[in-house]
Write a protein that binds this ligand. Structure first.
Ligand code: SME
Length: 152
């Protein structure tokens, strides 16, 4: 069953009561890990140098760092600025396996104006975990994060 994303958006909006990117990104990935079923990793990668994603706040196992824009599902999201919804990560040639449990992945780019600030990466141990409705709902949660955060 699809989670009640409008409710989650209101709850996340109430949770993010600072404008601080570090606090808000830490709270957001903890919130997603608690509230969304069947995730094994939820976190942020930040563009702190051009063309490179550095690991940010996350929940889950220790992860890969850094990820260049030309590698992996996260790199594709950063490069194309399009959400990447992958039903089966093993079908993606350059998928970067950080956690062997991961089967499906959703990566949403995060823009600060016209600059790519980073990406939100969600991994699931279930194949086909993310539907189009999940993608839309999670993109709306990222919008809440962006609206309520001063992105440096
Ligand atoms: N699988 C990602 C790497 C990040 S981890 O999943 C946390 C990718 O292919 O970009």
């Amino acid at each position: 069953m699809t989670p009640d994303y409008p409710l989650l958006a209101r709850q996340l909006g109430a949770l993010l009561d600072t404008r601080d990117w570090l606090v808000n990104s830490a709270q957001t990935c903890a919130f997603l890990m608690q509230e969304l079923p069947d995730l094994n990793w939820a976190g942020f990668y930040l563009q702190r140098e051009p063309g490179l994603l550095g690991l940010g706040p996350f929940q889950g196992k220790p992860a890969c760092h850094p990820i260049p824009f030309d590698k992996g599902v996260c790199g594709a999201a950063a490069r194309t600025r399009q959400t990447q919804r992958v039903a089966d990560v093993h079908a993606v040639d350059d998928h970067i396996a950080c956690d062997a449990d991961s089967q499906a992945e959703l990566v949403v780019p995060i823009l600060a104006g016209d600059r790519l600030w980073g990406v939100l990466d969600l991994d699931s141990p279930l194949r086909d975990r993310f539907t189009a409705a999940d993608q839309a709902g999670i993109e709306a949660l990222v919008d809440v994060f962006v609206e309520q955060t001063d992105l440096e």
